[in-house]
Structures are given as structure tokens and as C-alpha cells.
Design a protein around this ligand. Structure first.
Ligand code: AMX
Length: 441
């Protein structure tokens, strides 16, 4: 076994024993109550999942294995002359549970380089789609085409002992993560650069190589990709992409099938597609007023128009967060450092001034503050990546790090198939009349 696999195995065996003891000694303890409103309203606030890789606090935002984004920026190894963390380090942290050394991170980079070969039939499958197909659709189709490579699926068909599930899921996850940058870049170059593809550079780190294969050689863009891939990787277990990957994986669908399912969820406008919607919304605003940098008053009027048309303001609000998303703040800091005068970036900051009071005034929006998607597009546009329909693919490449390391944990801990109880409104009415039972068994 490789060193990362050995360390993961040792750590997960130990946590597995801890969990057995927890369930034996405390399994009957109640951890909350569920109201009828929660059942009807998106299960908000119901604790029902275990996801070891990260934890979200409504006020402080995301922590990966206990570390905030600024702490990761300080503690994780960087590329030579770089100042942003290498996402390989975050992956190691989420998977193994400890901060990696520089050597560990270099090891992850070289393992992913070795495993990054994408078979030709995957490119042929992408090519079979009309070129104007949304990049997220092309991305999901490519991941499904790559499923032919699943070790888990092959071993299961041969008759795998359940003790070995984690091992095949680990290998599939490493292979899939290693191959995603090539697939993403291929889709980008196919759709927007006339199909002029760029071969990988075996000397670059995972995110740097993604930038290179998309055609961006600016060191600032490579740094942005390292930061971007780090901060979008995980947001605990209940968000749509993480939860879907976990749920589908619980049926022992292999990592390719599970991750593709999660990516279909990320492609929704209330989740990962919000990053393209933000830039689209700003472009439409600019077009309407005929100016590059809208004033605060023009922004306010446009926000009110958006709301009056029954639409959401993209990039604002969150199901769990109740403060400005630290992922927004990290990108704002990057913007101040690298492009303080950029007109689109400045517009994003002006929107940050204008939107929260308006959303607050509606009295129903639980979080009027910006989320990760409010900022990311403007940074990409600064480096020339104006094709906003592609942005969610970048989010997806990053999200693989979190949801696939979580999937390794799911199988190592032997989590069962997920199957919550659902009810009907007729049953609720009977129960309220004292005539029916609403509890699951
Ligand atoms: N603009 C307008 N209305 C909003 C809003 C926004 N940005 N955010 C919330 N609301 C509305 C909701 O639509 C809901 O209205 P309704 O009662 O008429 O249906 C009401 O406020 C209460 O919603 P909530 O409890 O505050 O939010 P939620 O948990 O139901 O939804 C989210 C969370 C993110 C889907 C929502 O805030 C939203 O639609 N935001 C815009 C889209 C977006 O930026 N999504 C990206 C989120 C981060 C991510 O996953 N990548």
C-alpha cells in the first residue's frame, strides 16, 4: 500500500473502533427534536449525517478538520514562490486528519500525476455531444464515461469482501481526482478555444496544471486556482453535492457514479451554478444601465427589480451560514492583493455594500450576506476567463476533494445504505387527529 493509504487505514481503523464504542455506550442518547416544519422545509437544522472532513459553523463558517481558511493559508504547503495553499495539502488533511508536511504534499502531487491518464473513449464521448452543451452536462457525461475504469465496480462484480470496499473506493477516488483537471480543461478548450487542446505539464501541481491545460500561464491565475480549489472543496456533509455523493455511495454505487450524481446537484442554480448566475446578473445589470461600473443606487434599483420579478439575488444567502462567508472574504483579500482596481471586482464589492440591507428589509431572508459564489467569477474574469457557463465545472473539480475523501471514510467506517423515513400529508392530518402514527421504525 502507498503511504497515504496506510495512514488513512490506520486512522480510519481507530475512528471505526471509537464509533463502535460510542454507539455501544451512548447510542440511545437523543441529540435533538424534529418539528413538522423542519420536515416540510428542507430538513434544515436536523442533525442526521456524519461527515468527518469538515464542519460548518453558522457564524464562523467552514473549518476543515478544525482549521479555518486563514489558518490553512498559513499552515499548508505552497507552490515554489507561491503564497496560496496547495489543494493537495487540504486533501491530505481531510483524508488523513493531520496537517501534511511538504513531502506529503509533493507525494500527493506525484501520485495524481501518475494516475492522471484519461482514456480516449472519454474524449470521444465528450465529442459526441453538441459543442454548445452546457459545460456541467459535458462534465457529468465525461465522469460517467470514465466509470469504465472503476476498480470498485470490477472487484464487486468478482465478489469482493465487504472489508475491502474502502480500498477500491480509495483507489477510484485517487484516480478520479487525478483525471478531473484534464477532463475540465478539455471541455473548456473544446467549447471556447476551438478544440485546440493543451497537453498536461508533468512538472506542475494539480491546480497549476489545470490552469496550464486551460491555457492560463499567468502565475496569478495559477495562484487563484490553488486558492479556488482549496476553498471550494468541502462544506460539511449536508449540502446538495456532498449529501448526494454520500447518499448514492451508500448504495455501493462506485465513486464515479456517486460523484457524477453529486455534480448533477452542484449544477443547480441554488447551489454551484450560482457562480455563473452572479456574473451573468452583473453583465445584465451593466447592459441595462449602459455603464461598466454601476453606482450603488443603480445596484440597489437592480436588486429591487430582480426581487420584484420573483428571482433570487445570486451569490447571497445560505441555508446554514448567518454571516459573510469566509470563502467570500478570502477571495476579497485575493482581489485586494492582486487586482484592487479591477472594475468588475469593485462592482462585486459595491454589491456587497448594497445587497444585505435590502435582503434584510424583506424580513424573511435568514442570511442576507454573500456566499462563496458572489465573488469567484469576478476574479476569473480578471484573468480573461469570461466564459461564465464554465465556472461551475471549476467548483466541481474542487468539490471532488471533499466529497471523495468523505466517500473513502464512509466505506472505511462501514456506513450502511441511507434510508430516512418519509411521510404523507394525509398521514400528518390523521396523526394530528390522533388516528395515525408518524414515527419511523
Ligand atoms: N435572494 C432573494 N431571496 C432570497 C435569497 C436571495 N439571495 N436568499 C433567500 N431568499 C428567500 C428564499 O427564496 C425564501 O423565500 P420564500 O420563503 O419566498 O420561498 C426566503 O428568503 C427564506 O429563505 P432562507 O431560509 O433564507 O434560505 P434557504 O435556506 O431556503 O435557501 C439559498 C438558501 C442559498 C438557496 C438561498 O439563500 C438562495 O436562493 N440564494 C441565492 C442562490 C445562491 O447564491 N446559491 C448559492 C449558495 C451557496 C452554494 O451552495 N454554492
Amino acid at each position: 500500500m502507498g503511504i497515504i493509504k496506510d495512514r488513512f487505514k490506520a486512522k480510519s481503523d481507530q475512528i471505526g473502533l471509537d464509533i463502535k464504542a460510542l454507539i455501544k455506550d451512548h447510542g440511545n442518547k437523543k441529540i435533538g427534536e424534529v418539528t413538522l416544519a423542519q420536515v416540510y422545509q428542507g430538513m434544515r437544522g436536523i442533525t442526521g449525517l456524519v461527515s468527518e472532513t469538515s464542519l460548518l459553523d453558522a457564524q464562523d463558517g467552514i473549518r476543515f478538520r478544525g482549521y479555518s481558511i486563514p489558518e490553512l493559508q498559513a499552515k499548508l504547503p505552497k507552490a515554489p514562490n507561491g503564497s496560496e495553499p496547495l489543494p493537495e495539502g487540504l486533501f491530505y488533511l481531510m483524508l488523513v486528519g493531520d496537517l501534511p508536511s511538504e513531502e506529503d504534499v509533493n507525494h500527493v502531487t506525484s501520485v495524481w500525476q501518475r494516475r492522471s491518464h484519461v482514456p480516449n473513449h472519454v474524449f470521444a464521448t465528450i465529442e459526441a455531444l453538441p459543442v454548445n452543451t452546457h459545460p456541467m452536462t459535458q462534465f457529468v457525461v465525461a465522469i460517467m464515461a470514465l466509470q469504465t475504469e472503476s476498480q470498485f465496480q470490477k472487484n464487486y462484480a468478482k465478489g469482493m469482501n465487504k472489508k475491502d470496499y474502502w480500498d477500491a473506493v480509495f483507489d477510484d477516488s485517487m484516480d478520479l481526482i487525478a483525471r478531473l483537471p484534464r477532463i475540465a480543461a478539455y471541455i473548456y478548450r473544446r467549447k471556447y478555444k476551438g478544440g485546440e487542446h493543451i497537453q498536461p505539464n508533468g512538472l506542475l501541481d494539480w491546480a497549476g496544471n489545470l490552469a496550464h491545460m486551460m491555457g492560463y500561464e499567468d502565475e496569478g491565475f495559477k495562484e487563484l486556482m490553488r486558492l479556488y480549489m482549496t476553498i471550494h472543496a468541502d462544506h460539511e456533509g449536508g449540502n446538495v453535492s456532498a449529501h448526494t455523493t454520500h447518499l448514492v455511495g451508500s448504495a455501493l454505487s462506485d465513486p464515479y457514479l456517486s460523484f457524477a450524481a453529486g455534480m448533477n446537484g452542484l449544477a443547480g442554480p441554488l447551489h454551484g451554478l450560482a457562480n455563473q448566475e452572479v456574473v451573468k446578473w452583473i453583465y445584465e445589470l451593466r447592459e441595462q444601465i449602459g455603464a461598466e461600473v454601476p453606482s450603488k443606487q443603480q445596484i440597489e434599483e437592480y436588486v429591487k427589480k430582480t426581487l420584484s420579478e420573483g428571482k433570487v439575488v445570486p451569490g447571497y444567502g445560505h441555508a446554514v451560514l448567518r454571516k459573510t462567508d469566509p470563502r467570500f472574504t478570502a477571495q476579497m483579500e485575493f482581489g485586494k492583493k492582486h487586482m484592487a482596481d479591477d472594475p468588475l471586482v469593485n462592482t462585486v464589492w459595491n454589491i456587497y455594500d448594497a445587497v444585505p440591507p435590502i435582503l434584510q428589509s424583506l424580513g424573511k431572508v435568514k442570511n442576507p450576506w454573500p456566499n462563496v459564489d458572489a465573488h469567484s467569477g469576478a476574479l476569473l474574469v480578471h484573468y480573461g476567463m469570461v466564459e461564465y457557463e464554465f465556472y461551475t465545472v471549476l467548483f466541481g473539480v474542487s468539490r471532488a476533494l471533499g466529497v471523495l475523501s468523505s466517500l473513502c471514510w464512509d466505506r472505511a467506517l462501514g456506513f450502511p445504505i441511507e434510508r430516512p423515513k418519509s411521510i404523507t400529508t394525509d398521514l400528518v392530518k390523521l396523526w394530528l387527529e390522533g388516528k395515525g402514527e408518524i414515527w419511523g421504525d
